[in-house]
Design a binder for this molecule. Structure first.
Ligand SMILES: [Zn+2]
Ligand SMILES: [Zn+2]
Length: 152
């Protein structure tokens, strides 16, 4: 694993890091965005836009449409606050919003638990292989399906 100052955040620290990151990018940390982030970070497994909309609706005491949640999740993914787990069609909060990695996800087919790995050597290899084929990689998606240690 590449060595650099790499902080994984959770709870209030993660929320603060996410808010800082968004504001640094010239975006506003609105109540609605904060509510979506809180809901996302509160899930222990990847959550769909619908799961998050439901959670935010409960928290805010009024119906929030999945569409508006989608737009905010898009902004979060684009700003490195969240990651999309493609094979689960769902999102997770990014535990290191301040630094860029090609995150690797291990997804349990039995319980849905998703473990997050960063191995820049491995993801760099994928980028290099793509470049070797004359392909410019913008976002390698590295997801491994299988069985987690709780389920095996
Ligand atoms: Zn990562
Ligand atoms: Zn499992």
């Amino acid at each position: 694993m590449a060595q650099h100052a790499h902080q994984l955040h959770q709870g209030d620290a993660l929320r603060d890091a996410a808010a800082r990151r968004l504001v640094d990018r010239g975006e506003q940390w609105t109540d609605m965005r904060a509510a979506v982030f809180d809901a996302l970070a509160g899930f222990t497994k990847p959550a769909s836009a619908y799961d998050i909309a439901e959670q935010v609706s409960k928290a805010r005491g009024r119906r929030v449409a999945a569409n508006s949640v989608y737009r905010i999740l898009d902004l979060f993914v684009g700003s490195n606050l969240a990651r999309r787990v493609e094979s689960a069609n769902a999102y997770v909060a990014n535990a290191h919003p301040g630094c860029l990695h090609d995150c690797i996800f291990l997804i349990c087919d039995t319980c849905g638990q998703t473990t997050h790995l960063d191995d820049d050597r491995l993801s760099g290899g994928v980028r290099e292989a793509a470049a070797g084929a004359g392909f410019e990689a913008t976002r390698p998606v590295i997801e491994v399906r299988g069985t987690c240690s709780d389920c095996s």
